[in-house]
Design a protein around this ligand. Structure first.
Ligand code: AQP
Length: 332
């Protein structure tokens, strides 16, 4: 059985990068995999969160999954904290994880910055919780963006260490699920930085719930350079803002970036941006509208999460009982 596990943190401002780089791809996976899509609220707690906002954002991510086309019957959709097995397995795995492995994680270094001694233990141990998320369900494949590749490697190392230490073939080593046109969406204000929820400027990103006027404003103001668009892909070198906008166009249109370059070869940014606005609004408009509708029905969204947590909890309990036995934890 091929099983996918993936998740998004409910940290607000879901954006076009989250959609094109993650959620949209997951929709395609439903046909071929047994899919578990989580809202990883425990991961969100590695940075300070306001409780009421966290609850609202958890519902927002759930709404984004459903509005983007993830089928809550076919897949399991739930929030991580509803299944206690994630925290428990994270502890069990943390006892097998050498500090040296965690010390190599670049995301901790980036997020903790110079304030390393003040960063929480949770932020440091984040990759072990991520390994637990995946291994709890014995997921075989994990769709990951560039930024999470190192963490998936660690999950594989931890799975291997467990199997070796207890001389079992219990955890499958999860494979990265790579997509043909992996999309990394960059900031609209700086084509060298990834589009991010936590960027202070709302103009750096297109949010999944932005209305048509806002999308148009943001694209019009997106950073460009003074040259017309290039005639070939090679002409995008050293032009990160142009490359980003053409990449977004290509991803939204479902074409290769080279095809987008050819379509707009020699065009002025103003003409290209007008077409990009129309395309972005036509793709995101219906999804954003459906998200807003679902967010007005929290009881429905909560019911989806509860049902998902029941289904995930069943798998989790079954695996944890096997893991306890392997570890020698008595289950009288
Ligand atoms: N800019 C992006 N381009 C492509 N994919 C992206 N993802 C995030 N940003 C981009 C993918 O979205 C999924 C969920 O990400 P996450 O919520 O777990 O957190 P993140 O990767 O940390 O997202 P942000 O926006 O960058 O949040 P902050 O600002 O809080 O750090 C992942 O699959 C990710 O690859």
């Amino acid at each position: 059985m091929k099983r996918i596990f993936s998740g998004v943190q409910p940290t607000g401002n879901l954006h076009l990068g989250n959609y094109l780089g993650a959620i949209r791809n997951w929709v395609q996976l439903q046909a071929d995999f047994d899919c578990i899509f989580c809202i990883v609220d425990l991961h969100a707690l590695t940075t300070p969160q306001d409780p009421a906002t966290l609850r609202a954002q958890t519902r927002e991510v759930t709404a984004a999954y459903i509005a983007s086309g993830i089928d809550a019957e076919r897949c399991i959709i739930f929030n991580q904290s509803m299944v206690a097995g994630h925290s428990e397995l994270a502890w069990l795995l943390s006892c097998l994880t050498p500090l040296g492995w965690l010390n190599r994680m670049t995301q901790f270094k980036e997020k903790a910055g110079k304030q390393k001694d003040n960063a929480g233990l949770g932020l440091y141990a984040y990759p072990v919780l991520m390994a637990a998320d995946i291994l709890l369900y014995k997921a075989t494949h994990v769709p990951v963006g560039d930024d999470q590749k190192q963490h998936l490697e660690l999950a594989r190392d931890i799975a291997g260490a467990f199997n070796r230490q207890f001389n079992v073939d219990y955890f499958p080593l999860p494979e990265p699920q790579i997509f043909g046109a992996a999309t990394r969406v960059m900031s609209l204000r700086d084509g060298t930085k990834k589009m991010s929820k936590s960027d202070l400027s709302d103009y750096s990103r297109i949010n999944m719930t932005d209305d048509a006027d806002t999308v148009a404003q943001k694209i019009k103001k997106a950073k460009t350079d003074t040259e017309p668009l290039p005639e070939s892909l090679a002409g995008l070198e050293a032009r990160p803002d142009a490359a980003n906008l053409l990449g977004i166009y290509a991803a939204l249109a479902g074409i290769a970036q080279e095809a987008a370059v050819i379509r707009f070869a020699g065009a002025a940014f103003s003409a290209f941006k007008a077409e990009l606005v129309d395309l972005a609004v036509s793709v995101l408009g219906p999804i954003g509208a459906e998200m807003k509708r679902l967010m007005r029905e929290p009881a429905y969204v909560d019911a989806v999460l509860r049902r998902g947590a029941e289904r995930a909890g069943e798998i989790s309990r079954h695996h944890l009982s096997e893991i306890h036995t392997i570890l020698g934890l008595l289950r009288p």
